[in-house]
Each structure stands twice: as C-alpha cells, then as structure tokens.
Write a protein that binds this ligand. Structure first.
Ligand code: NAD
Length: 321
C-alpha cells in the first residue's frame, strides 16, 4: 500500500483539484453510483475526544474507504491540530488496503470545495460582494475557494470573536481583495454570497437580514444541535444540500424540518443540479441556501486525487502490509 504523508498534501492538491473531486462525487451520488455509509461518531470518554468514521463507496470512480478521526481539544497545547483526520483507501476489487492519506488539510480543502461547488451552480452570475461569517481555521480555505467562482470585488466579514477577524483580513489581502469588518445587518445588506463556517449552536444570521437574490452556504453545522441561521431563512429559501439524510439530521435543515417550516421533500441534493436534473436557481430574486454537512465521499474523492498526484510525482511511500 501507499502512504501519502500529511506534509505532502499541500504540494499535491489545491483548490481546483479539490473542486473537481468534490463536484464529481456529488454528481456520482446523484446518479446513484456513489453512496455514503452511516456515520459513526462517539465521545470515547478519554481525553475529552470525539472519534468516528465517515465512509462510502464510489462505484463509478472505484474509490472505497473511510476517513477516521475526530476532535481532541487538548491537542493545541501539544502543538497539534485539535481536529485530526486520516483517510484509508481500499482496493474495491480485493479489499486490500491501497493507501493511508493524511486527512487534515484535505478536510479543509474538500469542505471549501463543497461551498465553492454551491456558489458555482447557485449564486447569481453578477455576484460582487462575498460575506464571511466565521473566522476560524476553515474560514481562510472557504474564502480562497469561494473567490475562484465569481468576480468578487470585496469581502465583508463578521465573527463572534472580533479578535479573530484578522484571519479574514489577511486572507482577503492575500487574494487582492479589500476587506471590511461589519455588523450582521450590514453584511446581509451588502453580500451577494454568504459563507457561514462557525461552531455556533444558535442562529447568527436572521431571515430579515438577507436580501433577495443572495446565495448562502452554511458550512459549520455538522452535528445535532448546531445552528448558524434562523430556521425561517430556510423556509424562505430554495434549499440544497450535499446529502439529504445528513441535512435533516445533523445539518442546518434539522431545525427548519423539526419546526415544520420545511419538509425533506423541499430539499434538493446539489448533485442533481450538477447533472442537470434540477435547474438550481430559477430567478435573480430567489434566495438559495446550501446546507453543507460534509460527507465521507468528499474525503475519499479528495484523498484519491491526492494519491494519484502523489504517485505521479513519486512522493507516495510504498510499504508492505
Ligand atoms: P475553529 O475552532 O477554528 O473556529 C470556530 C469559529 O466559530 C470561529 O469563527 C469562532 O469565533 C466561531 N464560534 C465559536 N463558538 C461560537 C458561537 N457560540 N457562536 C458563533 N460563533 C462561534 O473551527 P473551524 O475549524 O474553523 O471549523 C468551524 C466549524 O466548521 C466547526 O463547527 C466544524 O465542526 C465545522 N466543519 C464543518 C465541515 C463540513 O463539512 N460541513 C467540515 C469541517 C468543519
């Protein structure tokens, strides 16, 4: 089998390759050629850690495997990332292990790629202002991927912890865009596309703060109880997601569905838009909302791309198991 170390990932895969991998696997899901297996996520009663697996099989791309990892809150003190992920790929013909791929950077790239796919397929073509809610580790990746999809001229941002906004300012500067820290009312009034990527458990953005025609990518809500936007916002929007089952159980839609504001049948998997089975945005005034919950197939697709590139560049280590 091959090992692709975490330290090699940055030199192998960037926003474009991650975008291609994620868009491709969302399309495969819509064609029912790829599916995710049930997610396992447990508090293990040690080191305050949350540990679990996301797995699946892409029959079209012949990618089988799992991402294992979770959240270790004490890691920062040890100089390590709190979120830890490793992808294991298996040969779908034999079940033999094919590759062990560092999954930390891949997670950020595949998550940002998902919102970028939603922006490409759902945002108005003339979108000019990008609004960022959240300024944590993922936010910089989200911004870098988002700006590749439209000719943005400005970034506006809000974060609960204002001292973290410097990350958004530095990333916008790196991308050659002006940045303004704003209040949420201002953000909603100015942004054409809004990306939210926080650990919030209560709505941050309210329905009346969003103007017609906005596209919102809600990327932070990936667990039961988390919430970034008011449930009423989903009721007034056309709602898309990566995977319906996750959207209504651990995604942003869990609240609107539980409150009876929308039904499962109101939510469209974005793969259907990618393959042309759903038109996506129907008017310039429509609010579109992407509930990006994060599926295992995204990780596997990104890891398979990284493995291919590592083999081409000769940086994949081969070991016998
Ligand atoms: P981080 O810890 O680096 O940053 C957390 C962010 O959330 C910061 O902006 C912080 O100010 C904000 N925040 C914290 N508590 C808040 C609260 N109570 N209300 C509002 N904002 C709050 O985390 P990160 O790595 O940037 O990840 C952000 C979120 O994205 C996490 O919740 C993570 O689980 C989620 N995530 C989702 C996916 C996916 O595929 N959907 C993938 C990776 C991460």
């Amino acid at each position: 089998m091959f090992i692709v170390p975490e330290g090699e990932i940055a030199g192998l895969i960037g926003e474009d390759a991650a975008y291609q991998a994620v868009e491709g696997v969302f399309a495969a899901m819509a064609r029912e050629e790829a599916y995710n297996f049930p997610v396992v996520r447990e508090a293990i009663g040690y080191a305050d850690a949350l540990y679990g697996f996301k797995s699946g099989f892409d029959r079209a791309g012949l990618v089988l495997g799992l991402k294992s990892g979770g959240y270790w809150p004490g890691n920062a003190e040890k100089g390590l990332t709190n979120h830890q992920s490793t992808v294991v790929l298996f040969d779908p013909d034999t079940g033999r292990p094919q590759a062990l791929v560092g999954g930390n950077l891949l997670t950020a790239l595949r998550t940002a790629a998902a919102s970028a796919v939603s922006i490409n397929h759902l945002a108005r073509k003339d979108a000019k202002v990008l609004g960022m809610i959240g300024a944590g580790h993922q936010s910089a990746f989200q911004m870098r991927a988002a700006v590749r999809q439209r000719s943005f001229e400005k970034v506006v941002g809000w974060n609960l912890h204002p001292e973290m906004l410097v990350r958004l300012e530095e990333t916008a500067t790196e991308l050659g865009l002006p940045f303004e820290a704003v209040k949420l009312d201002h953000l909603g009034a100015e942004a054409d596309v809004i990306v939210s990527i926080t650990s919030s458990f209560a709505p941050i953005l309210m329905a009346d703060q969003v103007r017609p025609g906005t596209h919102i990518a809600c990327m932070g809500t990936d667990t039961k109880g988390k919430q970034e936007v008011e449930a009423a916002l989903l009721a007034g929007a056309t709602v898309f997601t990566d995977e319906l089952a996750q959207s209504v159980s651990i995604g942003e839609a869990q609240h609107a569905v539980a409150e009876g504001l929308i039904a499962e049948g109101d939510i469209t998997e974005i793969g259907r838009v990618i393959i042309g089975a759903h038109p996506g945005r129907r008017s310039e005034d429509e609010v579109t909302l992407f509930d990006g919950t994060g599926v295992g197939l995204q990780d596997l697709a990104a890891a398979a791309a990284a493995l291919r590139l590592a083999q081409e560049k000769g940086v994949a280590l081969e070991v016998e198991v």
